[in-house]
Design a protein around this ligand. Sequence first.
Ligand code: SF4
Length: 394
Amino acid sequence: MLGLAEPSAGCSAKKRLLGMGHLQLAQWLHDALGEPLRTASMRARQLYHWLYVRGVGTISEMTSLPKELRLALENRAEIGRPSIVSEQISRDGTRKWLLRYLDGQEVETVYIPEEDRGALCVSTQAGCSLSCKFCHTGTMRLARNLTAGEILGQILVARDALGDWPSARVDRALTNIVIMGMGEPLLNYENVADAFRIVVDGDALGISRRRITLSTSGIVPKIERWGSDLRTGLAISLHAVRDELRNELVPINRKWPISELLQACRRYPVNRPITFEYVMLRGVNDADADARELVRLLRGLPAKVNLIPFNPWPGAPFDCSDPARIRSFASIIEAAGYPSPVRTPRGRDIMAACGQLRTAASRLRRSTNRASQFAAAKAGEAREPSDGGAFGGL
Ligand code: SF4
């Protein structure tokens, strides 16, 4: 995205390996480390395997690389994984990590286990510029796009925690990925696409395109392109069926209204039903008339509607619809032939609504900082001469 700060290189002069494909790795091994052209491709493939199939956390573990190459790599490169600021595990098994990148930016990643699979919800931007009214991340400003390596780092951290290496395991806990965390992925197109080329590569993370879904609030010009480039599933963060209301709830609708968004969906070049996400807001978008209009809009489009009970955060401007209202809404959509599962709220005890954990952590840090500044000031005050000095006039 134009005008966005890139991650600061000042915090580390080393090359970050995560995010590089094997061709980039081969070129870099040749250019930066002087690896002969005849062996650079083979070494790059080995490195690629260690990064994305074995998931090692250090260069010294890459034992198939010659020792001199490992030493050179240690001097000039780092894997570049994020650090874990906190991990929370819900009573229902949902796990949420707050991750910090090398420049201090933090994002959230959530793992949601189900009976026969487990989905990871990954973030693509630190913060978000789109200010959707029901979304807690929308209350934060956008700091920057994540790099491809930073997006991949979220998946690697989750695989570590779940014991999911190597990539070739058949009984992996992490089977699906939804690109639905903090940020709008299609406003960070190149980095998200680079990351997911590595995710779907059978010689890397090896997660099937059929098990990946990108969710967008409606960046219409990029939707078809994503379908052609990555061929994953698509979800639309819809939430309203009339432009007046959607302009308020999902302000990007002012640029690309519902009719243009649905045309882009009809052109999506992947033969899978499109998921429409619809958060249930009491008295706002949950009337039977809204459900009937939704059915009319979707006519002829292979689709599924996910009804999401609103997960409120402190100060949120909405309430969740009553269960009976949600059932009535769902029955109208189902009667028209569209599956409309009501999503069971997951991880409510660990603030699993997108962005909540990051806000809570920075609030805690701010109050800790304030407390330590206050303590330092008090200590300084105690050290000041009693007849004057910095605090003498207070
Ligand atoms: S719903 Fe998505 S696009 Fe909208 S503010 Fe939240 S993170 Fe951004």
